[in-house]
Design a protein around this ligand. Structure first.
Ligand code: SF4
Ligand code: SF4
Length: 230
């Protein structure tokens, strides 16, 4: 099936793409366009032209990972297009088809999957303090290093309830609620997508010469992608 036809099957496509008249208003309000080469007007134009080669290029590029999902474009487009929503569709199929491994930013889907999805399913939060390891996040500075080492004491002192029963910030999420999250992932197909991200990332790691049979090999791939080395 043609790529454009595949994209059109996504329910979000109809809401995202009407007849774009190339006015550029979306670009003028887009923060990603201000700080990078990204341009929502061009993006919507490429997809609207139904050129499969160009769409494949997009799916394999860094381009589709630059949008910050602020949805400013949704409120401004005179034709009711939503480039930010179209980005969701493109990202989804870049993951489904494995094209995300062809770009530097796309490969970072593996990191997000490993950290965020795993946190959500096992702890009920996207991000927990333990995920922000000082050696991987030097931008956090020495204060964070101290907090990281004295985590329990620190979170107690500021009145949080880190990983403990009862109410409060960062409290332990019940097994029942975690099971609900797992059910949501299963029913929405997020589980399948995760498996694909894992499978395609392993294939890419193998192609790049990492020892994918060992945990250390994939850990090294994770770190190299995270640090932008590959
Ligand atoms: S604002 Fe709407 S019509 Fe104008 S270029 Fe962007 S998507 Fe097209
Ligand atoms: S949602 Fe994405 S494309 Fe739309 S304005 Fe925000 S950053 Fe730009």
């Amino acid at each position: 099936m043609k790529l454009h036809e595949i994209l059109k099957q996504d329910l979000r496509y109809d809401e995202a793409v009407n007849a774009c008249m190339n006015c550029g208003i979306c670009t003028s309000v887009c923060p990603a366009a201000e700080f990078s080469d990204y341009d929502p007007r061009i993006l919507i134009n490429i997809v609207q032209n139904e050129d499969d080669d160009k769409i494949e290029e997009l799916l394999k590029s860094d381009y589709i990972w630059l949008c910050g999902q602020c949805m400013s474009c949704k409120t401004r487009c005179p034709r009711g297009n939503v480039p930010g929503l179209l980005i969701n569709v493109l990202r989804r199929y870049s993951q489904e088809l494995g094209y995300f491994t062809e770009s530097k930013r796309g490969r970072q889907q593996y990191n997000l999957h490993k950290v965020l999805n795993s946190n959500i399913l096992n702890q009920g939060y996207c991000l927990v303090p333990e995920s922000v390891k000082p050696e991987l996040h030097p931008e956090q500075g020495p204060v964070w290093e101290w907090i990281y080492k004295n985590m329990t004491e620190f979170y107690d002192r500021i009145g949080a309830n880190l990983h403990k029963e009862g109410a409060g910030v960062l409290r332990k999420i019940s097994d029942e609620d975690l099971q609900e999250l797992k059910n949501i992932f299963k029913e929405t197909g997020a589980d399948d997508l995760q498996e694909k991200i894992e499978k395609f990332s392993e294939k890419k790691a193998e192609d790049l010469g990492y020892d994918t049979d060992s945990e250390e090999g994939m850990q090294q791939y994770f770190l190299d992608v995270f640090k932008g080395k590959i």
